[in-house]
Structure formats: C-alpha cells, structure tokens
Design a protein around this ligand. Structure first.
Ligand code: AMP
Ligand code: MG
Length: 325
C-alpha cells in the first residue's frame, strides 16, 4: 500500500469515512484512526499494528457532548470527570453502545472514550462525524510515535495516510479511568493524576497491573487487557537506574546511551546522552529518545527512573514497561 503524506484535515476525515487508516497528532501521542463503526476497517488496523486482538481500542470524539455516539450511558461520576478534564488526556471507560464494533472493544461490554485536546485531531473528528477508534500509531510493542517521522518508520506502506504535523506535547498516553462500576478506577496512569481525579471524585481508586495479573492468574475477568501486553520497548536493552551510572567503563559507554534528569560526572563518556530539564520534558521526549537509541543501533540504554511527582508516575510506568519488568 502506498502511504499518503497529508496536511489536510478534510482529506484525513475523508479517508477515515472510506474505511481507511490515518495517523494524526493528538496532545498525547500520534493516534492511528479508523471508523469505529466499521468492523472490517478496524480489523485492518489490528493487522497494520500487529496488535493482539484482545487489546481494546480507545474511541475518539470531537466533543464531550457527543458521548452518546460511543457510550450507552454516562454515569454521574463520569459526567463530573468529563466536565472537569475533557477535552484532554483522559479516557473514560463507559458502557458500550451497540454501534461500536466488537472488534474495537475486544468483545468487552465497555468502551474507552476520549476527547483529544488538539486542534488537528478535533478538526478531523468533527469532519469525519463518526466515532474514531485510535490506538497509538506504532507497531505493537514499540515505543509510541510522538513525531510523524516515528510513525512513518513503523507504519509507512501499512496504512493509508500520515498527517505531517508537529511533534506531540505531552508525549505519553492518556490516563484511563474505568467509570463503569460504582467508583472510578484508574487502569492506566497518565498526565491527569490520581490526585486531580480525586479532587473531582474523591472515591477514585488506583488499580494497577499487579491486580490485573492476579485476576488473570486466578481466572477472574480482566478489566483492561491492554496493560498486560509488552509495550514501549526499543530493540536496545533498557536498564532502569535510580541514580546515574557513575564510573562505567569506556567499552560499555561506547555502546550505551543514557537519559535522565541529573547531570553527573562521566556523562560525556556516553556516545548518546540526554538530560531533560523537567519531568514534563522527560515525558515529552522519552519515546523519541528510545527510538533514536535504536536508529543509532546502541546495545543498551540506561534510563534514570522519573520521580513520582505529577506526570512522573505515569512516566515511571512506561519506563518500567519499556524495560519489560
Ligand atoms: P493504546 O490504544 O495503545 O493507547 O491502548 C489503549 C489502552 O486503553 C489499553 O491499555 C486498553 O486496555 C485500554 N482500554 C481501551 N478500552 C478499554 C475498555 N473498554 N476497558 C478497559 N480498558 C480499555
Ligand atoms: Mg499503544
């Protein structure tokens, strides 16, 4: 397939309406959009990404008032979160509407709904006027694409079009909150923190991969299968470190890269190193750094774990999973 490189939101919407696959920017990472009501098109998307079919997709809408295009109901707590944080980097898991194809939700009775806060994404969604399922625009398991060039590396020739926009700003995926039962439960950390959610709905709880794995082993239903698959992994080995690796030998540093937030003596020995000035910058540039490590064929990358403040907690989650731990 020949991939079109486009900069027209009308063209993007047209391709989506015709059942095609279009990568476009959001404020978190680039998404790969497809008409969520078209089961055949959705099946093509899973194939293009090489995504396991039991990993549900998030449905994107242009406006929170249109929630009923994807969801069967909007529980009171979900309405409160929608009002407070949408448009924005928050995905609400809600009871699913019939019209959303079962391929999108991997057979679950719920659907993840998000209203991105990005002018290009919203214009495409508005013009397409259908619910758009959009996972991150990368080959499954790889770091998400935060530049159109990264998307092209993974998906050129496999999808219909790539929107050549600026790099994304937040750089890690949305916070996913299950609102389908009594209390909201955070299934995936993101830029919107648990504390922020609790300011609006104090009963909001955290429910991490550990609990999911326990359920999987005990045969209980899994809420968010996607968080169990390998994710965000470069080809290089990822080694997490709390403090910079001081005194590393020259042989090792020649084939190793480093990223973190702390300057240290010996930093210059790494052939590729990046110190981020803030946690926001670190989150914004992390995936692109991992990709650069692969482009330059480094054997390993030392990753200084982010502190747990604000977006740092979500970044830590991605770092841990990039390391496969
Ligand atoms: P990605 O599209 O790569 O950003 O991943 C989407 C994430 O949202 C995965 O972790 C999914 O498991 C999660 N997700 C999407 N839809 C649902 C749903 N209906 N219930 C629970 N989690 C969901
Ligand atoms: Mg993804």
């Amino acid at each position: 397939m020949l991939t079109e490189y486009i900069d027209s939101t009308e063209r993007a919407a047209e391709i989506i309406r015709m059942g095609g696959l279009v990568a476009f920017p959001t404020e978190t990472v680039f998404g790969l959009g497809v008409d969520a009501t078209n089961g055949d098109a959705v099946a093509k998307l899973f194939q293009a990404k090489g995504r396991p079919s039991n990993n549900p997709l998030i449905v994107h809408l242009d406006d929170g008032r249109h929630w009923a295009r994807a969801a069967a109901e909007l529980p009171t707590v979900a309405e409160a979160l929608l009002d407070a944080f949408c448009p924005g980097p928050l995905t609400l898991v809600l009871p699913k509407r019939q019209i959303i194809s079962d391929e999108v939700t991997a057979g679950l009775a719920t659907v993840g709904v998000r209203i991105p806060d990005h002018p290009i994404a919203r214009a495409i969604l508005r013009t397409a006027a259908v619910p758009v399922a959009a996972p991150s625009a990368n080959r499954s398991g790889r770091p998400s694409g935060t530049t159109w060039q990264a998307v092209s590396e993974d998906l050129d020739g496999r999808i219909d079009a790539i929107f050549t926009a600026d790099s994304t700003t937040i750089g890690i995926e949305s916070t996913v909150v299950d609102c389908s039962s009594t209390h909201p439960v955070v299934l995936r950390p993101g830029a919107i923190t648990l504390e922020q959610l609790q300011q609006v709905v104090p009963q909001t709880r955290e429910f991490g991969p550990v609990e999911e794995r326990r359920r999987l082993v005990s045969g209980e239903p899994v809420n968010s299968p996607g968080i169990l698959h390998p994710h965000y992994q470069p080809r290089a080995e990822v080694i997490l470190v709390e403090v910079p690796p001081v005194g590393i030998s020259v042989g090792v540093s020649a084939v190793s890269a480093f990223c973190g937030t702390e300057e240290f003596e010996g930093l210059h020995e790494f052939a590729l190193a990046k110190i981020f000035g803030s946690l926001e910058d670190y989150a914004g540039g992390f995936y692109e750094f991992l990709r650069e490590v692969d482009r330059r064929a480094f054997e390993r990358v030392f990753v200084q774990t982010a502190s747990e403040d604000g977006i740092g907690l979500a970044l830590r989650d991605r770092q841990r999973r990039a390391a496969g731990t």
